[in-house]
Design a protein around this ligand. Structure first.
Ligand code: AMP
Length: 617
């Protein structure tokens, strides 16, 4: 059990380009430096004839050993080889990636004079092992428990693969948490306030971009909405500059280095350095001796040119911010803090566009952009392993449901139990009445989605409850409960109130099981089909009211009339008509509103005189 372990639990930011490990100790977060004294370690592994290097040493030999130096494993983890994003990335990598029989990308390298293939999680596990060693050297004991972070829009398979990488490196992975919310925990430590604050976390790193809108009050953090791009970050900015210089080389030296992995790697390293320089200089120079075929490459680039090359990408970031606010139905004026996280937020143009978007609002730069995620993970690790204290115990993270969850009703209607963007843990209860006479079995189909008809949503499972004591329509009550725990595990239960008989279903990871693009598509569908959906909502409402009318008429007759009245011919007639109407409703579950309205008129014209007469007598 994690809490029994003596060694402190650590938090690891397993980044696309750099990783960082931190620990909660001595009443504060400590960022653990590596053996080179650096607080961040390149997420890079290099295979040589005699040894395997990880981190700074791997990065140092990247240019001389390009085909056997692996970086960006995070871009491959949990993905398929045929994924268009993987195919696009392949063009920029100097190492080889092949597909196995199951469409899994395998990194092909030569190690100790043999060709070897590694899955991305194996490469990530080598980086995590390095981070473990760094922590153990610093803490002087073996480290077991860890919280590892992933981008907010990592799919379930990407998260599972990351967890597997942690397990492969000997960690007990306490939890996988998302990077922006980890940063929010770190920010929450800095800025504990009893007033509710709306905080926008703008996290632009080396490979991914996340925008999260959170509310914080007394250290409790709730995610309101999260958006982003799994393929937008510093490396894309580097690549734009690389392409620019490739073209320059073609023009000036008539040489194409786009397929020369060693030259490309060296150019990329130089471009990354130039990009960093341009964050605080207006111009910088690139100098690479003997880049290709004896060419000593030297060139200049200005900040303005760099911005021009990347403007569409920077603007994309701002569009995501806008979307995040719209998703949360919030106005920019209601944002109290805009927090910068990730190395690429140092780019002045990015800061300026963001500040302009928020009408000149001052951006929060008081948490370290490279270390915030690991710091938050370390706080979460300490809390989860029981090693936290009063200072951080209150810092709790609440995630949100990305889509509404509910049950299907008899006519194919989605009845929402947990609305979209509900923070969890949460527990929502619904009383369901039996839908017809003598119903002994109830089936509750569990759905996810925003559309009023279940057929337009996604079915997650079914809870079947048998043994309902026979009773007239609505005569038995069933408690339907949706309970989502802190890990996003949904338990749906149905209990017969009179007997206590229960049936239930568990669905894991309601927050992560669907990739972002699928969620986006479902939300877009809901938006574009709004008028059609309103028609269905109207139809369902008319149907519900007609069902109530029919059964209530029957109940009224039963309670008001004496036994002798029941034998009256007019009573028998209306009873037959009611039974016919019930049968008609069952046979016409999907009837249009107009048909239902006409049916109601027909029933009323036949029943109202009778009911009126009945109340007169
Ligand atoms: P992260 O994933 O948060 O570690 O961010 C790494 C990315 O930040 C890399 O692409 C770096 O090149 C980039 N980065 C770091 N420092 C700077 C800087 N001063 N200016 C621009 N980009 C930077």
């Amino acid at each position: 059990m994690s809490g029994e372990s003596q060694a402190p639990a650590v938090g690891i930011d397993l980044g696309t380009t750099y990783s960082c490990v931190a620990v909660w100790r001595h009443n504060r977060v400590e960022i653990i430096p590596n053996d080179q004294g650096n607080r961040i370690t390149p997420s890079c592994v290099s295979f040589k004839e005699t040894e395997r290097l990880v981190g700074d040493s791997a990065m140092n030999v990247a240019a001389s050993n390009p085909v056997n130096t692996v970086f960006d494993a995070k871009r491959l983890i949990g993905r398929r080889f045929s994924d268009p994003l993987v195919q696009k990335d392949l063009m920029f990598w100097s190492f080889k990636v092949a597909s196995d029989q199951a469409d899994k990308p395998m990194i092909v390298i030569s190690y100790m004079d043999e060709e070897k293939q590694f899955a991305a999680e194996e490469i990530s596990s080598m980086i995590l092992t390095k981070m473990k060693e760094i922590a153990e050297a610093f803490l002087g004991c073996s480290v077991k428990d860890a919280v590892i972070t992933v981008p907010a829009y990592f799919s379930d398979s990407q998260r599972r693969a990351t967890k597997e990488a942690g397990t492969l490196s000997g960690f007990n992975v306490l939890r996988i948490i998302v990077e922006p919310t980890a940063a929010a925990i770190a920010y929450g430590l800095e800025k504990k306030s009893s007033d509710e604050r709306n905080v926008l976390i703008f996290d632009l790193g080396g490979g991914t971009f996340d925008v999260s809108l959170l509310t914080m009050s007394d250290g409790v953090i709730k995610a309101k909405s999260i958006t982003g791009d799994t393929h937008l970050g510093g490396e894309d900015f580097d690549n734009r500059m690389v392409n620019y210089f490739i073209e320059e080389l073609k023009r000036k030296h008539k040489k194409d280095i786009s397929n020369q992995s060693r030259a490309l790697r060296r150019l990329k390293t130089a471009c990354e350095r130039a990009k960093r320089n341009l964050s605080f200089m207006a111009h910088t120079t690139i100098e690479i001796d003997c880049l290709y075929n004896g060419i000593d490459f030297e060139s200049k680039i200005s900040r303005a040119k760099f911005e021009e090359l990347n403007m569409d990408l920077f603007e994309k970031c701002i569009a995501h911010v806008d979307k995040c606010l719209k998703d949360a139905k919030m106005d920019k004026a209601s944002i109290h803090d805009v927090v910068l996280v990730g190395g690429s937020t140092r780019i002045p143009k990015v800061q300026q566009l963001l500040q302009d978007y928020f009408n000149g609002k001052e951006l929060c730069k008081n948490i370290h952009p490279d270390e915030a995620v690991a710091s938050g993970a370390a706080i979460q690790a300490a809390n989860l392993s029981g090693q936290g204290n009063h200072k951080i115990e209150g810092l709790i993270l609440h995630d949100v449901t990305p889509l509404s969850l509910g049950i299907g009703l008899i006519a194919g209607e989605m009845s929402v139990v947990v609305p979209r963007n509900t923070t969890f843990p949460t527990k929502k209860q619904r009383i369901h009445f039996t839908s017809f006479d003598n119903q002994t079995i109830a089936e509750f189909d569990v759905y996810e989605g925003e559309r009023p008809r279940t057929r337009d949503n996604i079915q997650l499972g079914k809870v079947t409850l048998s043994g309902i004591p026979p009773a007239p329509w609505s005569g038995q009550k069933i408690d339907v409960c949706f309970d989502i725990d802190a890990n996003g595990i949904l338990n749906v239960s149905a209990v017969i109130q009179t007997t206590g008989k229960k049936s239930s279903l568990t669905i894991s990871n309601v927050d992560t099981m669907r990739p972002k693009d699928e969620i986006d598509r479902m939300l877009e569908d809901a938006e574009s089909c709004r008028s059609e959906d309103e028609r269905h909502e109207h139809r369902f409402a008319v149907r519900r009211s007609l069902v109530d009318y029919i059964y209530n008429t029957r109940d009224n007759i039963s309670t008001k009339r004496s036994a002798s009245h029941l034998l009256a011919p007019s009573t028998k007639k209306i009873r037959d008509e009611i039974n016919n109407a019930i049968q008609w409703m069952n046979a016409n579950r999907f009837a249009e509103a107009e048909v239902l309205v006409n049916k109601r008129k027909e029933l009323e014209s036949s029943w109202v005189p009778f009911i009126t007469k009945d109340s007169d007598t």
